[in-house]
Design a protein around this ligand. Structure first.
Ligand code: ATP
Length: 236
């Protein structure tokens, strides 16, 4: 790992919320052009870690370094606007291009081509005219991932992108994320799906805001580690 090219580096990083310290002196690396999975029990700090990298949560100590200054896309389970605005799926995905243009009425033909390609990759082209608010949880989740892809960011951060999805949707998202790493994107996903985590290129295992383990998922996610971090006997 130390020899691999890194995209993001933490050196003694602590962070949290107004009255709550969460991340405690994390020193870690996120390798470039691969998928890194962040796992850990509820409340261990996975979303907070993503928020620090996205720049929406301030650090209280330590240093966060990025190798380059490319854009960052953050995909969360719910977007703030989707329940309020009457948005179609195509419009929602097109919002992914807003960072590059001033408004969707100014999106170029090239922008719309990226929007269509992103929907196609997630298998939601047939839903393009549907209202986002009327989609099932799994369909909406795919639309939000398509919105993240449409940003063509250098660093794609996803908070539990496959939670609650059926097996086909999970597979589509996992495959698309693996594909984009081959196109120069660095992917970081927080997940409770330990099978998905096991197939990632790199793993960060958090427990109570501390880094419990880091590295090759097959080496870090051992049975003993799972027992110790989750504190429950495994079901066989
Ligand atoms: N906006 C907030 N204000 C205060 N505390 C928060 C806030 N968001 C999260 N926390 C707290 O920070 C801690 C870490 O939360 P975080 O969401 O990062 O964990 P997580 O590992 O992503 O959890 P989960 O698996 O349940 O999604 C928890 O104790 C949580 O209660």
């Amino acid at each position: 790992m130390r020899d691999r090219q890194w995209q993001v580096r933490f050196d003694g990083v602590s962070a949290g919320y107004a009255n709550r310290a969460v991340l405690d002196q994390l020193t870690l690396q996120i390798p470039a052009f691969t998928t890194t999975a962040v796992v850990g029990p509820n409340g261990s700090g996975k979303s907070t870690l993503l928020g620090v990298i996205a720049g929406v949560i301030r650090t209280t100590a330590g240093r966060v370094e990025r190798r380059s200054e490319g854009s960052v896309a953050l995909v969360t389970q719910r977007s703030r606007v989707d329940d309020v605005l009457p948005l179609t799926v195509r419009d929602a995905v097109a919002m992914g291009r807003w960072g590059r243009r001033r408004g969707w009425w100014r999106l170029t033909r090239q922008d719309w081509a990226v929007v269509e390609a992103s929907m196609e990759r997630l298998g939601i082209t047939s839903l393009a005219h549907r209202q986002l608010g009327e989609l099932s949880g799994g369909q909406r989740q795919r639309a939000l991932v398509a919105q993240g892809l449409a940003q063509q960011a250098e660093l794609l951060l996803l908070d539990e992108p496959t939670t609650g999805l059926d097996a086909t949707a999970q597979r589509i998202i996992t495959e698309v994320l693996a594909e984009v790493t081959g196109e120069g994107v660095t992917v970081l996903q927080a997940t409770h799906d330990l099978d998905a985590a096991a197939s990632a290129g790199h793993l960060l295992l958090l427990r109570e805001g501390r880094l419990w383990g880091e590295g090759d998922p097959r080496k870090v996610l051992t049975g003993d580690a799972i027992d110790e971090v989750w504190g429950l006997p495994r079901r066989v």
